[in-house]
Design a protein around this ligand. Structure first.
Ligand SMILES: [Zn+2]
Ligand SMILES: [Zn+2]
Length: 253
């Protein structure tokens, strides 16, 4: 049985844990190593039980903990070549990451299969992940400037969809961010609005699926607005779960 739990989501840090009876992996580690360890323990695992940490891209809110997690606990960090280049330049990594490994498009960690695919976002080589075990599967795409047709296909094949519902366009435009940052977020390699998220899901969602709304902005969105907008696109069938700074519920696939 494949399980997952979002440990944190948003610009202050992202991390999600997936596990089966025999394997445990993390997607992104954007909190401090200590915060990640506490949340992993709270989920019922020792930090040393983590078999791999997979990195979607080099932005700080996805990699903050990797240097310490890899050095102190010997956990292997997987990222593609472009993302490693981005990580080397990042201020959040000081001495360099030990236990580096190259992320391939299709990998097995025990009985957990991890497929990565490119997403449009302003990082060196950002990816989304499809995580599966037997017939159970989830997709996780938290930083994506616009939906792609490839993503729609993956969403149709997955029972849990973790997808960004970053901002409400009106709130962003009228909000506190400087002009250049608003343009970056709204651009094709920025972040998905609630509206974009709803549209990305509407043709691919049925009542058997669970949608987890992720990376909800604290300045340019509210959980209520994200939920309402996405619901208006997908109807009442699918289960909808919101994420934030605190860990979410355990989901079984
Ligand atoms: Zn990002
Ligand atoms: Zn992010």
């Amino acid at each position: 049985m494949l399980h997952m739990r979002n440990l944190a989501s948003g610009s202050s840090g992202n991390s999600t844990i997936f596990w089966t009876d025999s394997s445990v992996i993390l997607v992104d580690a954007g909190l401090t190593a200590l915060q990640i360890r506490r949340r992993v323990e709270d989920t019922g695992f020792d930090i040393e039980e983590i078999d791999a940490i997979l990195i979607s891209h080099e932005h700080t809110d996805h990699i903050r903990g990797i240097e310490i997690l890899s050095r102190r606990y010997g956990i292997k960090i997987y990222a593609n070549e472009g993302t490693w280049k981005g990580i080397e330049k990042s201020k959040s990594v000081k001495k360099g990451v030990e236990n580096r490994a190259l992320l391939k498009d299709d990998m097995l960690f025990g009985d957990i299969r991890v497929e990565s695919f490119p997403v449009p976002h302003d990082a060196t080589d950002p990816v989304g992940f499809r995580i599966s075990s037997g017939s159970e599967s989830a997709v996780i795409v938290t930083d994506i400037g616009h939906p792609t047709s490839y993503l729609s296909r993956i969403i149709r094949k997955s029972s849990v969809i973790v997808i960004e519902s970053n901002h409400d366009i009106e709130m962003l435009l009228n909000g506190p961010y400087p002009y250049y940052l608003k343009q970056r977020i709204l651009g094709p390699e920025g972040h998905l609005s609630n509206e974009d998220c709803g549209r990305a899901l509407e043709d691919s969602i049925d009542g058997d699926k669970t949608v987890v709304l992720a990376h909800i902005s604290e300045h340019n969105n509210t959980p209520e607005l994200a939920e309402k907008t996405v619901r208006s696109h997908i109807g009442d069938g699918a289960e909808l779960i919101l994420t934030g700074r605190d860990p979410g519920p355990v989901l079984e696939m």
